[in-house]
Design a protein around this ligand. Structure first.
Ligand code: SF4
Length: 435
């Protein structure tokens, strides 16, 4: 008899992508096969996000579309996991009557217990080794968050900060390396708080050194840094360790101190600017990404302008912009949503155009130069990869470049990506020698 199938759908942040990867591995170990066809699935997992209203809307649409599956195959099991799963299960069952089980974000153990057990004809559990041929992987290292920013549901849905031990993480990374993964991105909502809850209090720099020692891992990235607690020791480790990529994501969310206070972000914009200056001083050629929310309740035109001015001054490489949407259960929810949608969209477009101009100028400076690129996949006829600074690069090649690290010469740039031609391969031993 063929193994039962599972289908998994994911929306949201990299942490969710990592959770889906773990869920898939656990289900395969429990004897399931993965399918990309939802109508074939015996178990459907919807890994949800509630950071934005738009993400919740997509999930509601997806659940609605499962009515046909349930009609044709009433035995199919639908599981909702992720940040939309709040503690009020009775309410969830009323909101989503098609869903059979609700699993909190990241709780893969509970997921496995709520899907039907797979047994072979002798009644023993089936196991198979997980397979994954991709080049890059996300590795959660700190779960949850202690910050309670007023707009954010993460601490309510993912709980308080909990770090995995260095040994556990290195074990995970070793397994990924054995599967051919060359680049790992270490994940945490406040990743620079790594280790605060562990005996002996190792920090993120200690973790970098341990992961750096794993053979066959060529690149290490990390997401997301909380500005006020970024230490020189962590930044120095990024500068010193060759496998650590010169890219850092530090959200500032708003450029006005009153808005930052209302967001309960716990720093001033002057402190944020100081952190960016420190990052740039310690890590040469670093690229910096940030997250911004426009239209937070009460944000005036003048306060929005301050965000624009800070971005103009700092000239960051990547800016992820979101229009504010109120999230039930958060502190800011009580403030309503007074800024009209059209106004939020206008502010969004203003920052987007500014970002396009500034990123375009930054990338244009790379024209004619050489960049080291790890190629991931074929995308619309071109090979897609990323520089160490996390910029997208496309090249034409008749060869399969999956998993190869090449030096490329940049011959065309836009704000969003670059076109290039390969000029030489970096052999593994060169990279190892460099480290
Ligand atoms: S730091 Fe703030 S925005 Fe980030 S996950 Fe924690 S509560 Fe949410």
């Amino acid at each position: 008899m063929a193994n039962p199938n599972f289908y998994i759908w994911t929306v949201g942040c990299q942490m969710n992508v990592a959770d889906s990867g773990h869920a898939a591995t656990a289900l395969k170990q429990a004897g399931y096969s993965q399918t990309s066809q939802v109508m074939d699935a015996d178990v459907v997992i919807l890994n949800t996000c509630s950071v934005r209203e738009s993400a919740e809307r997509r999930t509601r649409g997806k659940v609605g579309a499962l009515a046909r599956l349930k009609q044709q195959r009433p035995d199919a099991v639908v599981v909702m996991m992720g940040c939309m799963v709040h503690p009020d299960r009775a309410l969830l069952h009323r909101q989503f009557p098609l869903v059979d089980h609700f699993v909190p974000a990241g709780d893969v153990d509970e997921l496995v217990t709520c899907v039907p057990e797979v047994v072979d004809e002798w009644g023993t559990q089936l196991y198979e080794l997980p397979s994954n041929s991709s080049v890059t992987a996300f590795v959660p290292v700190v779960m949850g968050c202690n910050k309670f920013c007023s707009f954010c549901v993460v601490p309510y849905r993912r709980g308080r900060e909990r770090s995995l031990t260095i040994e556990e993480i290195v074990g995970d990374v070793r397994q990924l390396a054995e599967r051919g993964i060359q680049e790992v991105t270490l994940l945490g909502q406040t990743i620079n708080h790594y280790g605060r809850d562990l005996p002996g209090k190792p920090d993120l720099a200690d973790l970098f050194h341990a992961v750096h020692a794993v053979d066959d891992i060529e690149r290490i990235r990390f997401l997301t840094s909380y500005p006020r607690t970024m230490t020189d020791k962590i930044l120095q480790a990024v500068a010193d360790l060759p496998k650590l990529c010169e890219h850092i994501n530090i959200p500032f969310q708003a450029g006005d101190n009153a808005v930052l206070r209302a967001m309960r972000r716990g720093y001033t914009i002057e402190q944020y600017v100081e952190v960016v200056e420190r990052v740039r001083r310690i890590i040469p050629n670093v690229s910096i990404a940030t997250d911004i929310i426009v239209g937070f309740p009460g944000e005036t035109d003048e306060q929005f302008r301050r965000t624009y001015d800070v971005l103009e001054e700092l000239r960051l490489d990547q800016v992820h912009i979101a229009a504010y949407s109120p999230r039930p259960g958060t502190k800011a929810f009580e403030m309503g949503d007074p800024i009209p949608l059209a106004e939020k969209q206008g502010r969004y477009r203003t920052l987007d155009a500014q970002h396009e101009r500034i990123s375009g100028e930054i990338n244009a400076e790379l024209l004619g130069g050489t960049q080291e690129v790890l190629f991931e996949e074929l995308h619309r006829g071109k090979w897609k990869g990323r520089t160490r600074t996390n910029k997208l690069v496309f090249v034409d090649s008749a060869e399969d470049l999956t998993g190869r690290i090449l030096n490329v010469k940049i011959h065309q740039t836009t704000a969003w990506s670059m076109q290039a031609e390969p000029v030489g391969e970096l052999a593994r031993r060169e990279l190892v020698a460099a480290s």
